[in-house]
Design a protein around this ligand. Structure first.
Ligand SMILES: Cc1cc2nc3c(=O)[nH]c(=O)nc-3n(C[C@H](O)[C@H](O)[C@H](O)COP(=O)(O)OP(=O)(O)OC[C@H]3O[C@@H](n4cnc5c(N)ncnc54)[C@H](O)[C@@H]3O)c2cc1C
Length: 390
């Protein structure tokens, strides 16, 4: 049996960061992954350019049943620390919008950087390793793969969430947590497009391709000002992906298509213009036509509407509400909500409170960030913290 100080399961963002940090401390580290490539999610992230962090990382951008949990790790390894690492490797990057940082060239830069950090720290990485069994051995663990048996003092689970099963996502981490008696909170797809109820699909499908800035709001009052995109399957775009993480089946979602007060301004400035013409100057024309038909709005010059009619139109446009049929699920979701309950883990080290030397890092735990580089920052921060102690 091969003996290691640390075994990290999962050669993704959090696992590689943890492995490199532990290796730098002189620990003998082995990373095992069942995939045939390192960091596959990193490679396809951010449209191939990897939105690797965000200038505005703060705890409120993370969903977690234990809201204070993320504070320590995010403060100990910040976005500035990761940016310094990216700078050290001379990777060119730019801010796209809302503080989101992307590689100028390719997400491959980030994978190469992590691999180099691991190599320099003497970390071994084994791909295509199918893990069959993990067991407790004294203070440490044994890990059996299809062709080899290993032992280690510290075991780090960095197997990520359930999104994109085609590129290697698996429930391995949740099962392992349960095997060791840790609570796993129910999982569901997050940062994911909505599908529509049949009647909405019929009226909105012709809008596929239309995109506009909105404010999306969930029933709990969470709001995101970003773009809404109509698709053949339903609703997408950053506003929808963001709000999907706050949405529960059966709930409604509201979209502010026009800011409050804009219609009153229109009535004052262009009283003779018909509603359809005026709206066509504010919103995409295809959307205006669909809205008038769908919401049963009569088209006439703005000055001819009664105050009550105007209030009703304003209500439809500032709080256009619908009940999604569901989400596209893990097939297209960027993240998994829920996971290993953080009440079971140390917020400083990521170690399981009741299983010494067992660690969980990255998305496998119940921490989910907003769209915009937050999920990678959680992978870097949590992986780094575990890397200091394993
Ligand atoms: C399409 C897409 C785009 C995204 N874009 C962004 C973005 O731009 N910015 C951002 O912040 N976040 C983005 N995300 C989210 C981000 O990729 C994840 O939150 C992040 O990768 C989580 O890191 P992780 O190390 O926890 O898991 P992962 O990076 O998913 O790594 C988990 C690793 O574990 C391995 N593994 C799983 N099961 C097993 C098993 N049974 N045995 C052995 N190995 C196993 C997998 O093969 C994988 O290599 C995106 C996600 C997707 C799907």
């Amino acid at each position: 049996m091969q003996a290691w100080d640390v075994i990290v399961i999962g050669a993704g963002a959090a696992g590689l960061m943890c492995a490199a940090e532990a290796g730098k401390r002189g620990r003998r580290v082995l990373v095992l992954d069942h995939g045939k490539r390192i960091g596959r999610k990193i490679l396809m992230s951010g449209g191939g350019r990897c939105n690797f962090t965000n200038y505005h990382v703060e705890p409120k951008a993370f969903l977690c049943a234990n809201p204070h949990f993320v504070k320590s790790a995010l403060a100990r390894y910040t976005q500035w620390d990761f940016i310094a690492l990216v700078d050290k490797h001379r990777i060119a990057f730019h801010e796209k919008t809302l503080g989101q940082l992307f590689c100028d060239d390719s997400a491959q830069n980030i994978v190469d950087m992590l691999v180099k950090e691991c190599e320099q720290a003497g970390v071994s990485i084994r791909l295509r390793a199918e893990i069959l069994e993990v067991e407790r051995l004294g203070e440490g663990f044994t890990v059996a793969t299809h062709d080899e048996a290993y032992s280690c003092h510290s075991l780090v689970v960095a197997t990520g969430g359930l999104s994109m099963p085609k590129i290697g996502a698996s429930p391995f981490g949740y099962k392992l947590a349960e095997q060791f008696g840790l609570r796993v909170l129910p999982t569901r797809a997050g940062l994911v497009p909505f599908t529509l109820q049949p009647e909405d699909k019929q009226s909105l499908e012709p809008l596929a391709g239309v995109s506009l800035p909105v404010v999306a709001e969930s029933e709990d009052g969470t709001r995101f000002a970003e773009n809404l995109l109509f698709t053949h399957r339903g609703l997408s775009g950053p506003a929808v992906l963001q709000i999907s993480s706050y949405w529960q089946p059966g709930e409604r979602v509201c979209f502010e298509l026009l800011p409050a007060g804009r219609l009153a301004e229109g009535v004052a400035d262009s009283p003779n213009q018909e509603l359809k013409t005026w709206l066509g100057r504010q919103l995409p024309k295809r959307l205006v036509e669909a809205l008038l038909a769908r919401e049963g709005l009569v088209n006439k010059p703005l000055k001819q509407y009664t105050p009550r009619e105007l209030a009703a139109i304003e209500e439809r446009l500032t709080a256009w509400s619908l009940k999604p049929g569901g989400t596209e699920g893990y097939r297209t979701a960027e993240v998994t909500l829920g996971g290993v309950d953080t009440h079971e883990l140390s917020s400083k080290t990521m170690m399981a409170n009741k299983v010494p030397n067992l660690y969980f890092v990255g998305e496998v735990m119940d921490v989910t960030g907003w769209l915009g580089g937050y999920n990678f920052q959680w992978a870097w921060s949590s992986g780094w913290c575990a890397g200091q102690v394993v």
